[in-house]
Design a protein around this ligand. Sequence first.
Ligand code: ADP
Length: 637
Amino acid sequence: MKKKESEKPRYSMWQCCAWMAGFAWSRKEKKVLVLCLLQAVLAVFSNLVNLYLAPAILSAVERRASFGELLTVIFGFVGALMICSAASAYVNANALYGRVTVRTAILGEINRKCCTTSYPNLMEDRFSKLKSRARSCTQNNREPTEAVWNTLSKLLQNVAGFVIYMCLLATLDGRLMAAILVTALLGYFVNKRLAVYEYRNREEGGKLNGKIWYQLDMGGRQDIAKDIRIFGMKPWIDEITQKAITAYRAFRRRINNVQIWGGILDLVLTFLRNGLAYLILIRLVLAESMSVSAFLLYFSAVGGFSARVNGILEKMTTLYRQCLDLSSVMEFLEYPEPFRFEEGEHLELSPDQGHELKLDHVSYRYPGAKEDTLTDICLTIRPGEKIAVVGKNGAGKTTLVKLICGLFDPTKGRVLLDGRDIRVYNRREYYAQFAAVFQEFSLLAGTIAANVTQTEEGQDMSRIEECVKKAGLEEKISSLKDGYETYLNRRVYEDGTELSGGETQKLMLARALYKNAAFFILDEPTAALDPIAEADMYGKYDQMTKGRSAVYISHRLASTRFCDRILLLDGHRISEEGSHEELLELGGMYAGLFALQSRYYQEKSDEWHSGNEAGCYGTDLDVSGAHGQEGGAHEHR
Ligand code: ADP
C-alpha cells in the first residue's frame, strides 16, 4: 500500500499541461500553441460541414429546389470541405516542426540535468528511475513530450464538437443525452483505472524488459567475447535469456488480461449507449413525424454527440497517461540539488599562488550504508604539497578524493578551501580548480585536440602540443595521418583511431596539464599500466605539477614514495602518516605492505627473467618505483 502511494505522480494533469505550454512559450515556440488551437478549429468546422452536407442536399431535393440551387449547395459544401482539408494539411505539417523542436529542447534539458546535477544524486535510485522515464518520454514523436499536443488539440476539438452537438440535440428528449453521458462517464472511469494500473506496473515491465536486452546484448559484447568462447558460455546465456523472456511474457499476460477485460467493458458500454440513443431517436421520429432531412441530421448528430463524448473521455484518458509521464519529466528536471551552483559564491583562484585545502573532522557514509566509509578525517594539504593516499582496495581512497574534489559533501565535518567551507561556493567553479585523472577514462568521440582541451572552439594549439609532449604522447600523434585532428572512436568515426590503454592514460594526463588548475589529483589509473609505467607516470606528473598541490592515490605503495607526505588509510581512518622513509621506520602496516609488495614484484620479476631470456618485458623490474622516477620506465603491453 505504501509502495503504491510513493508511485503517485507529483504533478496533476493540468499542471503538466501548463508546464508544457509554458515550456513551449519560453522556447519561443508559441506557434505550437496557436497551431494546436487552429487544428481544433479546422477539425470542428470540417465536422460541421460534414454533418450538414447530406441533410442540406436532401432538404434541397425535398423542397424541389432548382438544379442551379442544388449545384450551389453541393459545390458550396464540397468547396468548404476542400478548403478545410487543405488548411488542415498545411497546419499539420507546420505544427510538426515546432513540436519536434519542443521535444528536443526538453531532451536537451534532461541531458543538461544529467551532466550537471549534484554528483550524489547519481547514486540515488529515485533519480535513476526518473532519468530513464524522462528519457523514454522524449525518444520519438509518439512519446508524450510531443504527442501531448495532438491529444490537446483533439481534446479541444471534441469539447467544441460536444458543445455544438449538445446545442443541436438540446431540443430533443433529455433522457437521450443522459444515457449517452452516463455510459460514457462509466467508460472514462474504467479507462482511467486501466491507465493507473499500467502506470504502476510500468517499472516492473521496464526492469523485466531491460533484463532481456541486457542478456541479448551479451552475445555481441567485445569485452566478454573471449570468455564466451573459451568457457562455452552461449548455452548458459541462452538459458538466462529464456528465463528473462518467460518472466516478461508472464508479466505481459497479466497486463493484457486486465486490458482485455477493460476493453470488453468499454465495448458493452458503447453498445448500450448507441443502442439506447438510436432507440429513443427512432421513437421520437415516428411519434413526431420529422422530415427525412431533419431525421438524418439528428441521426448523425446522435452519432456525432456520442463520438464527441467518447472522444473527450478517450482523450482525457490519453492525456492522463501522458501526463503521468510528463510528471516524471518535470520531477526529474526539478530534482532537488543539494549543492549550490550559480546561487553560490563566485570562486576564482590563481593556480600559481598556493592554496590550502583542509578536511576538518570529515566523515562520510554512503546513502543506505550501515557504517562510515571514512571517519573523522583531519587533513591539511598545504600549498604546493604532494600527498599520497595509499591503502588496500576498499579502504576509502577514492571516496576521500571525491570529498576533496567536492563530488561528495561530508556527512560530518567540513572541507575548507583557504579556510572557507567549500559548500558556500558555486560548485562548478570549485570543480574548475581541479585537474584530475580518474580510474575511468572519459574520452569523447571527438578529435585528439578536443579531448585535450574539452572544447571544439578556441583551442590553443601550441599549449596542446606542449602538454601532449610533456605527457609523452607526441610520438604517437605525429604517427597519425591527421595528427591532432584525428578523431577518436571507430564506432562513431569510420576513419577514427583507437588509443591503447596506456596512450589514453597519457592523453588524460595531457588534458589535466592543459587545464592548469590549482590542484592535481591522480586517482589510481593503474588498470592500463604496469608498475614501472605507473611509477614513471607518477614521476612525470610530479615534475609537471611543481608548485601545485597534488594528491596521488595508489595501492602500489612504491609509486608514490616521492611524495612529501603519505597517508595510509585503514579502518576508515588515516592510520599512518609521514614520508616514505618515516613510515618504513615506523615499522607499521605501511612498512609491512611495502615489504610484501616488493617481494611480490621481485618474485614476478624473477619468474619473468627465468622464463623469458629474450627479455621483451622490462628486465629490471624495480618494484620500489625508483626506476620510474628516473625516467627509465617504458610502457609495456
Ligand atoms: P578504494 O578507492 O580505497 O578502493 P573506495 O573509496 O572506492 O575504496 O570505497 C570505499 C568503500 O566504500 C568500499 O567498501 C566500497 O564498497 C564503498 N562504496 C564505494 N562506493 C559506494 C557506493 N556508491 N555506495 C555504497 N558504498 C560504496
